[in-house]
Design a protein around this ligand. Structure first.
Ligand code: KIV
Ligand code: ZN
Length: 513
């Protein structure tokens, strides 16, 4: 029987480390449920010791998700490990993931420890974790830039202490596919007890090679677990992209010869959910999940695909969850049809009250936009679910005036806690005027790092606009997302949503890696 390739998703941990991608507990739970539908094997739900917020997220996900192993990251010390175990307690299948840097550079400059101290700490912390969990993963951070002789000693020792998975990170995206594959093979060949653990790859995408490096780690190095994120989300240039690895292994089964547990039809819904939650938009030409990934624009290709699909297509769009844009509901649709569509889209609402609120907003939208597509419903419900949490700032009303040759003017009403504010401003355009109006009243001083508008459904000016705003303030970077057929309103919503995130105090310590 073919070996299984374990898919370890770290969107909620390494992906979330991307500046601006931090998520609330509800958002993480929603993504975890989608990862469960996608049938990933392991979900790294967070880094329990990094903040109370992360602890609560790991705990909630460990309790809610039954079909995947739930994992928490921990530094190799007793406090972090105990905190991870505590957050995972009561869950089904759980894992503690320890990391400790082993490269000369990291040991000397970051940890300020000698190699002997690192060796001892790796051993003792693995022993400690193994007493709390039967499933322990050990990652030598910056492993690929570590001295192979030293790495062999450390990894042999942690396997002896009971580590069940050994993950070799290319923390800084330095690897080259063939060299990384051989590096892993060399470790596995030289370490006498290497067969007692599952070997894993974890590659960062700084030079666009994370997927290639991961696959080389599998084929040359013999790894049987790939660590990856939806849309390749992650710090700097991101992590290895789940959808690309999965579809590479699936479409080229002749070469890889490996089994996957993944339900690929859930890939596009997962990609959309992560993009809409974090505000990290997927580029149109992104493999598998980009809007153009299956669009044949050139006449020669279109002609070929019409005659025989496989002339230019190696994967089928529907196999990865692309459904043609369908008009699913309209203003005459009832609550039951709406509820049924939510179910089909895999959107679970916590309560009837949430469904009712979503349905009311759907009716409002249907009054303004004749055709409602699946994408509109997802955006609407994302907005609705964020309302489930106490929001400090809320948009109440907005009007703006712009005329060729005149300076645009906006007036905005919004709530801040229990207070209601009215503000007005001129600006370079109606969006600028609206955001300046809000800022003139709140005086947050937040710096705008990004403003982007996307059409939720392509091909028509009737589409809803989805706006992402990235703000920086007091060392924190947050993204806010807003959707509305009127992009000025969508922009004000996105701005207030980012301010809401800045308003909520999410403390976390920096996770390295
Ligand atoms: O990139 C890295 O080294 C990491 C580890 C913590 C696994 O994310
Ligand atoms: Zn990483």
């Amino acid at each position: 029987m073919a070996d299984k390739l374990i898919i370890f998703d770290t969107t909620l941990r390494d992906g979330e480390q991307s500046p601006g991608a931090s998520m609330t507990k509800d958002e993480k739970l929603r993504i975890a449920r989608q990862l469960e539908r996608l049938k990933v094997d392991v979900i790294e739900a967070g880094f329990a010791a990094s903040s109370n917020g992360d602890f609560e997220c790991v705990k909630a996900i460990a309790h809610a998700i039954k079909e995947c192993t739930i994992c928490s990251l921990a530094r190799a010390n007793d406090r972090d490990i105990s905190r991870a175990a505590e957050a995972l307690a009561g869950g089904g299948s759980t894992r503690i993931h320890l990391f400790l840097a082993t490269s000369a550079l990291h040991m000397e400059k970051k940890l300020r420890m000698t190699p002997e101290q690192v060796f001892e700490q790796a051993k003792l912390s693995t022993r400690f974790a193994r007493n709390l969990s039967g499933d322990v993963e050990f990652s030598p951070e910056d492993g690929y830039r570590s001295d192979p002789d030293f790495l062999c000693r450390v990894l042999e020792a942690v396997i002896n202490e009971g580590a069940t998975t050994i993950n070799v990170p290319d923390t800084v995206g330095y690897a080259i596919p063939e060299l990384y594959g051989r590096f892993l093979l060399d470790l596995r060949t030289r370490i006498p007890n290497s067969d007692k653990a599952v070997w894993s790859v974890h590659c960062h995408n700084d030079r666009g090679m994370a997927v290639a490096n991961s696959l080389a780690g599998v084929m040359i190095g013999g790894a049987r677990q790939v660590e990856c994120t939806i849309n390749g989300l992650g710090e700097r240039a991101g992590n290895c992209s789940l959808e690309e690895v999965v579809m590479a292994v699936k479409t080229r089964r002749d070469y890889f010869g490996l089994e996957l547990g993944i339900d690929a039809t859930q890939i596009v819904p997962a990609s959309r959910l992560v993009a809409q939650t974090t505000g990290f938009v997927v580029q149109p030409n992104k493999a598998v999940v980009g809007a153009n990934a299956f669009a044949h624009a050139s006449g020669i290709h279109q002609d070929g695909v019409l005659k025989a699909r496989d002339t230019y297509e190696i994967m089928r769009a529907e196999d990865v969850g692309w459904a043609a844009n369908k008009i699913v509901l309209g203003k005459l649709s009832g609550r039951n049809a709406f509820k049924q569509r939510l179910k089909e889209l895999g959107i679970e609402m916590e309560s009837e009250a949430e469904i009712n609120a979503g349905f009311a907003r759907f009716k409002e939208l249907a009054d303004r936009k004749s055709d409602i597509f699946d994408e509109d419903i997802v955006a609407l419900m994302m907005d609705e679910s964020s309302h489930a949490e106490p929001e400090h700032y809320r948009l109440l009303a907005l009007s703006q005036h712009s005329e060729m040759g005149e300076r645009p003017h906006a007036s905005v009403a919004f709530a801040a806690g229990d207070a209601e504010h009215h503000a007005e401003s001129y600006g370079n355009g109606p969006v600028d005027a609206s955001l300046k109006a809000i800022e003139s009243r709140l005086q947050t001083g937040a710096e705008m790092l990004l403003y982007s508008v996307n059409a939720i459904t392509s091909g028509s000016t009737e589409s809803q606009g989805e706006v992402t705003v990235r703000l920086q303030h007091g060392g924190r970077v947050v993204n806010g997302v807003g959707a509305d057929p009127d992009i000025v309103v969508a922009s004000a919503k996105a701005y207030l949503s980012a301010l809401n995130k800045l308003h909520s105090k999410i403390e976390r310590v920096a996770a390295q890696g």
